[in-house]
Design a protein around this ligand. Structure first.
Ligand code: ADP
Length: 460
């Protein structure tokens, strides 16, 4: 019932358009309108009726010639036929069933349908009453209840969509709405309903509405990540800062003349200041690597001395933690396309983590091997293995997230920032490599940095 009311409304509009006064028509439209007017000009009418008049004239002449019809009667019949043929031919069209008009309406033409079908996002073309004229496959998937020639309101359940649709229909203005779609997964969708004037056969325009849906989930996620990141970074910086200003107050006040306390507090302040400096350092490194993420390093570097340099540099920490670093590296150079500074940072993070978090195992092994990836590409693999407490499987997928720690207290106690593995992942991404993490609880953890092997001259 509602549907039929909609049809009537649309048809009324079509009729009104044919009756628009000349003055209200725009330039190009006026040219079109003159040919589609009910009262077409005489030359046009004669042109369109010429065959009828000719055939009628011939038939009458033959009938008079053979004496079948008197000249007077033949003339009368010819005048009748001529009058009927010369009636403004557009009137026939106007009077013709509006159902026919609907059938050939340009809005339903193949080109319009192809444009809607070709839109990458879900798209639905509606008539001014909100009835579906066209919808593409993506829209059918998004709202399976949408049907051609049926009102879209009945198929779309979200109140935000219905409100926007009603407003767009009522005002003929663009309306936007954002809503959370729960099926098949939670997605933030943006809906835009924009009026689109589509030309009709009568030379006017039909106000249709194009409804498009855009998945905003990736954008929202990035926004959330950015907000989380700023909140985390501020929190991480605020903690040591609060400690520093607290100790400064104490040193200026109650502990002013306490030499012993002063010594102890200055030690703590130094640790906190170092932590802040390290955090800022890690943040800057991360942002630098991210900025150049799309530029793959093209300098050829031998990674064997780089790993050795890092292991040697961490020897004091290993001694302090009573961990033995066992290195198994080839004697020949292993060259990859890489950034020396970033590689130093990468291996430093992995070996330092093994020394800090896996110290209880007493041993850290660093080895370099060649292997073939799952896709069959030759790789250089640097494996850092410890024999500490290991990492529970539920943490493994999140370890490379910024500020993610298994145990925040433990990480802070070790001077960690929670950015080390995130940096490792970004450096490897830039080198078109990947990070493998394996761990068995109470048996230790293995972090493997895989780099694509460069093609030798003989291979290329
Ligand atoms: P952090 O600065 O805290 O060390 P990372 O990103 O380097 O940050 O590491 C993230 C977390 O992963 C650490 O806080 C720690 O809980 C865990 N982790 C990293 N390496 C190891 C390891 N070898 N053994 C056990 N846990 C580890």
């Amino acid at each position: 019932m509602f549907g039929s009311a909609g049809i009537a409304a649309a048809d009324d509009t079509d009729l009104k358009k044919t009756e628009l006064p000349e003055g209200k028509r725009a330039g190009p439209m006026a040219i079109d309108d003159s040919s589609s007017s009910i009262f077409s000009p005489w030359p046009d009418r004669l042109r369109h009726s010429a065959i009828i008049l000719l055939a009628a004239g011939l038939a009458m002449t033959v009938l008079v010639a053979f004496g079948e019809l008197s000249l007077v009667r033949a003339t009368a019949v010819f005048i009748c036929i001529g009058a009927a043929a010369l009636v403004p031919w557009r009137l026939h069209n106007a009077v013709a069933s509006r159902e026919d008009v609907r059938g050939v309406n340009p809005v339903e033409a193949a080109a319009v349908s192809a444009v809607v079908a070709g839109m990458p996002d879900p798209a639905v073309l509606l008539d001014r009453a909100g009835r579906v004229i066209h919808l593409n496959a993506a829209a059918a998937q998004l709202a399976p209840a949408l049907r051609k020639n049926e009102l879209a309101q009945f198929a779309l359940r979200s109140p935000e969509i219905i409100t926007a649709l009603r407003e767009a229909i009522a005002t003929s203005e663009t309306r936007r709405a954002t809503y959370l779609d729960h099926v098949p997964v939670d997605r933030w969708m943006e809906l835009i309903i924009a009026p689109v004037p589509v030309p009709t056969l009568f030379g006017g325009t039909d106000k249709c509405m194009l409804m498009t849906f855009h998945d905003q989930t990736p954008l929202r996620r990035v926004e959330e990540m950015r907000a989380d990141f700023v909140a985390n970074a501020s929190h991480e910086l605020r903690t040591p800062l609060a400690a520093l200003s607290g100790f400064i107050d104490t040193l200026q006040g109650p502990a002013r003349d306490d030499a012993k306390a002063r010594e102890r507090f200055l030690g703590i302040m130094h640790t906190q200041a170092t932590r802040m400096a390290r955090l800022i350092d890690d943040l800057l490194s991360l942002s630098r690597v991210e900025l150049s993420a799309h530029v793959r390093p093209d300098t050829l570097v031998d990674i064997v001395p780089i790993i050795r340099q890092v292991a040697d540099g961490l020897e004091p920490l290993a001694r302090e933690r009573q961990v033995a670093i066992e290195i198994d590296l080839p004697d020949t150079p292993v060259t990859i396309a890489g950034d020396r500074e970033e590689l130093l940072r990468l291996f430093e993070n992995l070996i330092e983590n093994a020394l800090k978090y896996g110290a209880s195992g007493g041993k850290v092994m660093v080895s370099l091997t060649s292997a073939v990836s799952g896709e069959g590409a030759p790789e250089v693999r640097v494996m850092v293995r410890d024999f500490g407490p290991g990492i529970a499987p539920e943490h493994l997928p999140r370890l490379t997230e910024r500020f993610y720690r298994v145990d925040v207290g433990d990480s802070r106690a070790q001077g960690g920032t929670g950015l080390g593995l995130s940096l490792v992942k970004h450096i490897l991404n830039r080198h078109r490599g990947r990070l493998l993490i394996e761990s068995v609880l109470k048996k230790g953890a293995t972090f493997t940095a895989c780099f694509p092997q460069i093609r030798t001259l003989a291979e290329s």
